[in-house]
Write a protein that binds this ligand. Structure first.
Ligand SMILES: Cc1cc2nc3c(=O)[nH]c(=O)nc-3n(C[C@H](O)[C@H](O)[C@H](O)COP(=O)(O)OP(=O)(O)OC[C@H]3O[C@@H](n4cnc5c(N)ncnc54)[C@H](O)[C@@H]3O)c2cc1C
Length: 485
């Protein structure tokens, strides 16, 4: 679709472009602005898009003004929270980016165990404020990931088996709809919209603020990775499978396959050595965690065992430097069932054959509280899966690993073939078949999402995302007809 470009935001002009949006107080950044290139860059350096205008909002009134401005001119809208999505949906070619990155406020009520978070906040912002009171909610495992996109897709993290997904802890949101109207959605207010926002992504409006439930965590927790040589992957995974089967909900684990990153905690002689790394975080008393984890830590002799008491807030940023802004990324992902021997064989065969030392696969253990919410209880699908795995090609500019490791992720994904069981919508890449969005939800949740989409955004104004299309047959303008087909 070619988006019409209104004269007042033309970037072909040699003169500084005068852009005004009625009632907008934040910054408007167009192509001739000194900050344009940094403002349009997202986490994934492989994404290179040129919006007509970036509307960096400083409040909800700005969001309303920007939505109305874009709609009145039939401009495409992209929504930017933390800018982390691998598919780069936070930025569009042409159109208007509604950029929330200046809205990072976090307020905590320690007594009520609640936090209110503006939609441009990153998980590091939330953990910093909530851990000052020994509280936390389930967030992502990298602190520079945005709260908004992660939450709206579901939210998996170290605490999910004990406290549920991020959306299971969501109590209410403020959301600007496609008509530029501000609504509050919760279980009691617009409950259909609230349900859809608990996993349905950025399809239903621009969320400006989230309210979450908090839980006592740490501030010191038992956490850290255990590393084994890649050649031991099969045996380690068989032990791991049996170990986690009856593990208490307090134990969160993520298995990372790839070269050992040069983190300060990892001795230099292990840097870049292919390893299977089981990351652990125990959300309970440290001595209970020590007792529980002993068999895993002593099964086969690890190369190194880095599990120990650690500040939760520090642990939440331990992986930040392994996934740097501006590197190039290509992901494929799927949910998986319990690790049968034949599945372990496929993983062990493919996980280490990438070319880039920065490429890796990461497998999150689900179950626990995630699977105790009924399917359809929120819009997050496939709650009974055991694991979510992402296969992540990573290369820096100038390196020639891109094609080879993109082929590696695709080959690995194909090899997982019959084991695949749905997918987490936030791990979908930018070149997926649209059917994979349905796969992320399952038929009945997807169909319900279509109903909510048709009610709140019948023209598919918010379509620059993992799109849920409104039902055909409702009213459509010419431009929106183009968006639907
Ligand atoms: C290195 C890395 C680690 C990750 N780790 C985890 C993890 O541990 N757990 C996990 O669950 N996920 C994880 N993810 C995936 C993450 O959930 C998604 O990338 C998510 O989209 C990031 O949110 P964001 O706000 O930064 O995204 P953005 O790129 O800013 O936005 C992505 C999309 O979300 C929607 N969106 C964003 N903000 C809003 C808003 N305010 N209102 C409405 N829609 C909005 C829009 O559709 C937008 O296109 C990780 C991703 C990366 C790259």
């Amino acid at each position: 679709m070619t988006t019409p470009m209104p004269a007042e935001i033309s970037h072909r002009s040699k003169e500084p472009t005068v852009v005004e949006i009625d009632g907008f107080r934040g910054r408007l950044i167009s192509a001739n602005h000194a900050d344009y290139d940094s403002a349009r860059a997202v986490w994934n350096g492989a994404i290179d898009r040129r919006p007509h205008l970036i509307a960096r909002c400083i409040g909800t009134a700005d969001v309303i003004a920007a939505v109305r401005f874009a709609r009145d001119r039939d401009l495409e809208i992209a929504i930017r929270g933390g800018g982390h999505n691998v598919a780069g949906t936070a930025v569009c070619d042409g159109g208007v980016v509604i950029d929330l990155s200046a809205m990072r406020g976090v307020r905590v009520d320690p007594t009520a165990r609640r936090t209110w978070v503006q939609a441009g906040a990153l998980w590091g912002d939330v953990d910093h404020e909530t851990q000052a009171h020994g509280l936390a909610t389930t967030g992502g495992i990298v602190s520079h990931t945005g709260v908004a996109g992660l939450t709206l897709g579901g939210g998996v993290g170290w605490l999910m088996r004990k406290h549920g997904l991020t959306v299971d802890n969501l109590l209410a949101v403020d959301v600007v709809t496609a008509d530029g109207e501000l609504l509050r959605a919760s279980r009691d207010e617009h409950p259909d919209l609230f349900w859809a926002l608990q996993g349905g992504g950025g399809n239903f409006g621009v969320v400006t603020s989230f309210e979450f439930r908090l839980h006592p965590i740490g501030p010191t927790v038992l956490a850290g990775p255990i590393l084994w040589d890649a050649t031991d992957a099969g045996e380690v995974l068989r032990f791991y499978r049996d170990f986690i089967r009856d593990a208490p909900d307090e134990l969160g684990t993520v298995v990372r396959f790839g070269a050992a990153p040069p983190l300060p905690v990892i001795p230099e002689d292990l840097h870049w050595r292919p390893v299977v790394m089981v990351g652990t975080c125990y959300a309970g008393p440290i001595e209970d965690g020590e007792r529980l984890l002993r068999p895993l830590r002593t099964s086969r002799t690890p190369l190194i065992d880095l599990v120990g008491p650690a500040p939760y807030v520090g642990f939440q940023s331990a992986l930040d430097s392994t996934v740097v802004h501006g590197w190039n990324y290509y992901w494929k992902s799927t949910h998986l069932p319990e690790l049968r021997d034949d599945l372990i064989g496929v993983i062990a065969e493919h996980a280490f054959s990438c070319a880039s030392p920065r490429s890796y696969a990461a497998m999150f253990h689900l179950k626990g509280a995630v699977s105790r919410v009924a399917e359809g209880g929120t819009a997050f699908g496939n709650r009974q899966a055991s694991h979510a795995i992402t296969l992540d090609a990573v290369w820096r500019s100038g390196e020639d690993f891109g094609d080879r490791d993109t082929a590696w992720t695709r080959g690995f994904f194909t090899a997982l073939g019959s084991f695949r069981q749905g997918v987490y919508v936030n791990f979908l890449g930018g070149d997926e078949d649209p059917d994979r969005v349905r796969e992320a939800y399952g038929d009945s949740v997807y169909d319900r999402l279509v109903d909510v989409k048709t009610k709140y955004d019948p023209d598919n104004v918010f379509h620059h995302n993992q799109n849920i299309r409104p039902d055909a047959g409702t009213r459509m303008s010419g431009a929106s007809r183009a968006r639907r087909h």
